[in-house]
Design a protein around this ligand. Structure first.
Ligand code: AMP
Ligand code: ZN
Length: 461
């Protein structure tokens, strides 16, 4: 089954063919580092990681570029409000530069904890000022820009198909506009460069042919993707919220300067939503992050497992109960995997079934179902281990590296173990045996070793 992917541009699932044989260029919009990433943001990066692993499984060498937005992302997508970095600086009293570094480091830590493969290139917007200014210069020469009191803007009325990615109704938007658009000529026009207002001290600002200031958010992705992947590459990804504004604007800029829609496939991860008990907006300052899960004794890999249970093009509703169920399933898989010996052969019929699912627009929920069916099959344990290892190159659960830790044993089981230890000390063998039976019924085997008791495995349901 050849790889098929959903392309937001054409609104179809279509066969994936690379532009250059054997290689794939992939650009993923990265974090705005004025605060920690929340688990919603992280769902999008897990989806992109799965995409990359599936591409690699199909034999492609993937060049994966992820940017770090450390300047220019305003608090409103309509080019108004403050720069998120400068606002973060006012909130914490640290410099905008120090904030960017701190949250970049925290982001990379989350990235690794989720077993996301390291990008080929991490690129920061502030390290690419010359490229962004040069790009705006090209747009100016091509006649797509105009100047207002506060910046240089892209004139979207110059493109007949502006907003096609989002199937934007431009006339409707313009006619129905409810917000003031300032000096912008059209509601969909967007800032390429913003001037530092008179009398304002900005921490992040640069000289440009148009005046001192800072770049708009969209230009960084067009400029950096062009630098690292060229102006026509294979796949551009991001969260679904990027379709209407950010990605539509990236396409508009690249179309104007280079005549391409930048990427052959545009792919978008759908949102993680929360049940009523929690919020998910970074700007509300109150959100769940990976550290929040850790502080409640969840392993970050359990969150990765949870993401595998929903297709990337459907919403995933987060709840603590769902995370708990994911953690239980993952731990069961880990214990089983550990009980199987090495030295078996990969079962190609099962691999073919798994590949058919992941190649069908990354159907990970169905691929997981194949995995559980395999686990419950009568394949010899060594073959199970070899085949699950093979699946794990896509799933990224790192089953091979896992070792049971104390906290994987539920409290109720631990209490039974303690009670049994007490019975053994009192030489009450009848009671110790009875507790052993209870433990077995709950799926835990206990071994009596000279040094004490040892739980050795959890049985499959
Ligand atoms: P940001 O750091 O706000 O620029 O967002 C980083 C990435 O997370 C972008 O690709 C967004 O589209 C994505 N994103 C934002 N909120 C969510 C959410 N609730 N669920 C999934 N992805 C999200
Ligand atoms: Zn971007």
């Amino acid at each position: 089954m050849p790889l098929q992917l959903y392309d937001t541009w054409s609104r179809t699932v279509r066969p994936f063919t690379p532009i250059q044989a054997g290689r794939v260029g992939m650009y993923c919009c990265g974090p705005t580092v004025y605060d920690y990433a929340h688990i919603g943001n992280l769902r999008t990066y897990v989806f992109e990681d799965l995409l990359r692993r599936v591409l690699m499984r199909n034999g492609y060498e993937v060049r994966h570029v992820v940017n770090i937005t450390d300047v220019g992302h305003l608090t409103s997508d309509a080019d108004e409000g403050e720069d998120k970095m400068e606002k973060g600086s006012r909130r914490t009293g640290e410099s905008a530069w120090a904030i960017a570094q701190r949250y970049t480091d925290a982001f990379v830590e989350d990235w690794r904890a989720l077993h996301l493969l390291e990008p080929t290139v991490w690129c920061r917007a502030t390290d690419h000022m010359a490229e962004q200014i040069a790009f705006i210069g090209e747009l100016e020469r091509a006649g797509y820009v105009y100047r207002t009191d506060d910046g240089i803007y892209f004139d979207t009325s110059k493109q007949d198909d502006y907003g096609f990615l989002a199937r934007l109704d431009r006339e409707g938007l313009q006619a129905g506009k409810r917000v003031a658009i300032g000096a912008k000529r059209h509601i969909t026009d967007f800032a390429l460069w913003k001037f530092t207002p008179a009398g304002v001290m900005r921490q992040m600002e640069w000289d440009s042919p148009w005046g001192r200031g800072f770049p708009g958010w969209h230009i960084e992705c067009s400029a950096m993707s062009a630098k690292y992947l060229g102006t026509w590459f294979d796949i551009h990804c991001g969260g679904e919220d990027h379709v209407a504004v950010h990605h539509s604007n990236e396409i508009a800029q690249t179309q104007a300067a280079h005549g391409t829609r930048l990427a052959n496939f545009w792919m978008h991860g759908h949102f993680l939503t929360l049940d009523a008990s929690a919020k998910m907006s970074k700007s509300s300052g109150d959100f769940i992050r990976l550290q929040t899960l850790r502080s409640r004794n969840f392993d970050p890999a359990a969150y990765r497992y949870l993401c595998l249970t929903a297709h990337y093009r459907s919403k995933l509703r987060f709840s603590w109960a769902a995370l708990e169920a994911a953690h239980t399933a993952l731990n069961r898989l880990r214990h089983l995997y550990r009980s199987w010996p090495d030295g078996g052969c990969v079962e190609s019929a099962w691999v073919a079934r798994f590949d058919a699912e992941v190649n069908e627009d990354l159907n990970l929920p169905r691929a997981l179902a194949v995995l559980w069916e395999l686990v419950k099959s009568d394949l010899p344990p060594a073959a199970l281990r070899a085949t699950v290892d093979n699946f794990d190159t896509v799933l990224g659960l790192r089953l091979r590296d896992w070792k049971p830790a104390e906290h994987d044993i539920p409290e109720s089981i631990r209490a039974l173990l303690d009670e049994r230890e007490q019975a053994r000390t009192e030489r009450n063998w009848a009671k110790a045996d009875e507790i052993r039976k209870t433990l077995t019924m709950r799926g835990w085997k206990v071994e009596d070793l000279p040094g004490g008791q040892r739980l050795i495995e959890i049985a499959a349901e």
